[in-house]
Design a protein around this ligand. Sequence first.
Ligand code: SF4
Length: 70
Amino acid sequence: MADCKLTGRCPIFNDKMNIDKETAAAFKAKYCQGNNQDCARFTIFKNGKGVPPDLLPDMMDRAKEIIAGK
Ligand code: SF4
């Protein structure tokens, strides 16, 4: 699958978040270079909402709340 189109500016992909290297590598493989449709950050972006800086890719429940306006 193609890389996520947000890799150039995403803090997860660019190691700008305070998470350990193994976790970051797993996120990149699973989401950024895997399926970004499962990524909480990308899901918020594609719905036109602002992505919280600290949101992790596996926080889909939080993403759905943000999209729903909660
Ligand atoms: S898949 Fe998610 S974490 Fe990875 S670059 Fe895209 S928005 Fe960022």
